[in-house]
Design a protein around this ligand. Structure first.
Ligand code: IDP
Ligand code: MG
Length: 133
C-alpha cells in the first residue's frame, strides 16, 4: 500500500467543498489515514513549494496557499500517488478530463482546488513536512 499527500486548497475550503472532495476520495477507495486543517504561514508554503522557487508564479502561489485554511490529508491506497493524480486531473482545470476534481471544482490554473504528490520521493518528503512524528 502506498501513501500520498493531498491538500484541499483555500479556494475549495472557502466554497465548503471539503465534504464533497473527501467523498470522491472515499468513493475511489482511498483511506484517509491522517488529516488536519491548518492555516499555513507564507514561509511554510515557500518551503513546501521550494521546487518551484524559480517559476514566475512562485510568489503568487505562496501568497495564495497561505491566504486561508487548507485541509492536509495522508491518503492510502494501492498506487495512491498515481491514482490520486488521475482523479485530480490536469493542473489547469480547463484541460482536466471530465469527472476529475479539478474539472469539477477548479476555478483557474492557480485556484485548482487540490494538491497531490507527484512521485514516491516527494510523497515521502511532503508527508514528513506536515506529519513529523
Ligand atoms: P500540480 O499541482 O498539478 O502538481 P505544479 O506544476 O506542481 O502542478 O504546480 C504547483 C501549483 O502551482 C499548481 O497546482 C498551481 O496551483 C500553481 N501553478 C502551476 N502552474 C501555474 C501557472 O502557470 N500559473 C499560476 N499558477 C500555477
Ligand atoms: Mg506538483
Amino acid at each position: 500500500m502506498e501513501q500520498t499527500l493531498s491538500i484541499i486548497k483555500p479556494d475549495a475550503m472557502e466554497r465548503n467543498l471539503e465534504g464533497k472532495i473527501k467523498s470522491i476520495l472515499k468513493k475511489n477507495n482511498f483511506e484517509i489515514v491522517k488529516e488536519k486543517k491548518v492555516k499555513l504561514e507564507k514561509k511554510d508554503v515557500e518551503e513546501f513549494y521550494k521546487v518551484h522557487e524559480t517559476k514566475p508564479f512562485y510568489n503568487d502561489l505562496c501568497n495564495y496557499l497561505s491566504s486561508g485554511p487548507v485541509l492536509v490529508m495522508v491518503l492510502k491506497k494501492e498506487n495512491a500517488i498515481a491514482e490520486n493524480r488521475k482523479i485530480m486531473g490536469a493542473t489547469n482545470p480547463k484541460e482536466a478530463d471530465p469527472g476529475t476534481i479539478r474539472k469539477e471544482f477548479g476555478i483557474s490554473i492557480d485556484k485548482n482546488s487540490v494538491h497531490g504528490s507527484d512521485s514516491k520521493e516527494n510523497a515521502k518528503k511532503e508527508i514528513n513536512f506536515f506529519f513529523k512524528d
